[in-house]
Design a protein around this ligand. Structure first.
Ligand code: ZN
Length: 386
């Protein structure tokens, strides 16, 4: 695999270099010969798996024109894309230090350098590069704003993230949804600190950004729980689940907690069974089975019928199949429990043991709890139960 990745560097670089070469040739018919011959030597080092020699060769190349500047950018980006951030930094820092760069070349080099710092986890340095880019050219700052936003997300500096989001393109429909998340992060922090008046302010702003955000319902449920208004909390949690059933991963325990303190666990059972019949959402069925196993609410025969029908007609997850078998075994009289079903239960338990419950639908990363934002690809609202 490492060897394969290594091959990708010269290939990716070479195709980008060819494109730059064609563009430059079209503009400067008589000038490219010497420069091109020189650069082919550097590319040969890359193809011969000698990146340090290639790097030394390019960095010692004295003249910089439009063609070579673009080549430097490509080379550094290729290093960064395969995780060699130190080499990428060397290339881009070398380019920026050149005295005769045009304004456009300098901005492109700064952008690349900022991305190198970001990839290296040097967030304060990346922040200052992107802020400088933005100060120098606020009109074309969308890309700089986008990366600054990601930096502030990593730093959990939600106020700065909100500020910088204002300069990200308004054409991006996700932006309002993400801004609502930032306000919800602030609201949750203030709820933990007991500053309810500030929670209210942040939730109002979140609603302004994305009025249908189910996360707002969850925080309203948390506030009601904090105030011991359990029936109200249940309504908010149920509203969040109806808006997005994946949120059961976040709300299930909260809903059980408040129901136990008020109307009883049967309310959760009734809500889930009615909602499943209406939505036919397999995630809901899985939590319903969880509830039956963990809290044993009073049941009618309806769930039994649903399980039999779903096992025959639907593509259930292994977790759901295992929980269904457990329930069927529990409901069957001892004399009718057959050995084969118990064996299948054991086999599924062995198969599932140690598996994580949640997965990012964007990058595939698996985790053991529901999160609003994937810790790997950093996308929001992409986590679901496996
Ligand atoms: Zn992800």
């Amino acid at each position: 695999m490492t060897e394969l990745l290594f091959l990708l560097l010269p290939l990716a670089f070479y195709s980008g270099w060819q494109a730059a070469r064609k563009r430059y040739k079209a503009k400067n018919k008589n000038k490219v010969g010497k420069s091109e011959t020189h650069f082919v030597k550097g590319i040969n080092y890359l193809l011969n798996e000698q990146p340090d020699k290639a790097l030394e060769f390019f960095l010692n190349h004295s003249a910089i024109d439009e063609y070579t500047a673009e080549t430097f950018l490509l080379l550094g980006n290729s290093f960064r894309n395969r995780g060699e951030v130190d080499r990428a930094l060397k290339v881009h820092q070398n380019l920026i230090a050149r005295p005769k760069l045009s304004k456009h070349q300098k901005e492109a080099a700064m952008m690349a350098l900022g991305k190198d710092f970001f990839a290296a986890g040097l967030l304060d340095k990346a922040e200052s590069v992107f802020k400088e880019l933005l100060d120098n050219n606020p009109k074309n700052g969308t890309e700089a704003c986008q990366t600054l936003r990601e930096i502030y997300e990593q730093l959990k500096d939600w106020h700065k993230a909100i500020d910088v989001t204002k300069c990200v393109s308004s054409e991006n429909m996700n932006q309002t949804r993400i801004t609502a998340h930032y306000y919800c992060e602030l609201a949750s922090q203030e709820l933990e600190n007991g500053n309810l008046y500030l929670v209210d302010d942040h939730l109002k702003q979140a609603k302004k950004s994305h009025k249908d955000s189910p996360r707002i319902e969850i925080i309203l449920g948390d506030i009601a729980t904090h105030e011991e208004k359990y029936s109200k909390a249940i309504k908010h949690y149920e509203a969040a689940i109806k808006a997005d059933s994946r949120l059961l991963g976040m709300v299930f325990d909260k809903l059980i907690n408040v129901s136990e303190k008020s109307s009883g666990i049967e309310q959760v059972y009734n809500f889930l069974i009615h909602y499943f019949k209406k939505s036919k959402d397999i995630d809901v069925l899985e939590y319903l089975l969880d509830l039956v196993h963990s809290h044993n609410p009073k049941q009618d025969t309806e769930l039994h019928k649903i399980i039999e029908a779903e096992l025959q007609t639907n593509k259930l997850s292994l977790q759901s199949i295992l929980k269904s078998i457990k329930l069927l075994l529990k409901l069957a009289p001892k004399s009718e429990q057959n050995k084969e079903l118990i064996l299948l239960e054991k086999a599924l338990e062995n198969h599932i043991a140690g598996q994580l419950d949640f997965q990012c639908q964007h990058c595939g990363y698996k985790m053991n709890e529901y999160l609003w934002r994937c810790p790997v690809c950093h996308y929001w609202d992409t986590i679901a139960k496996i």
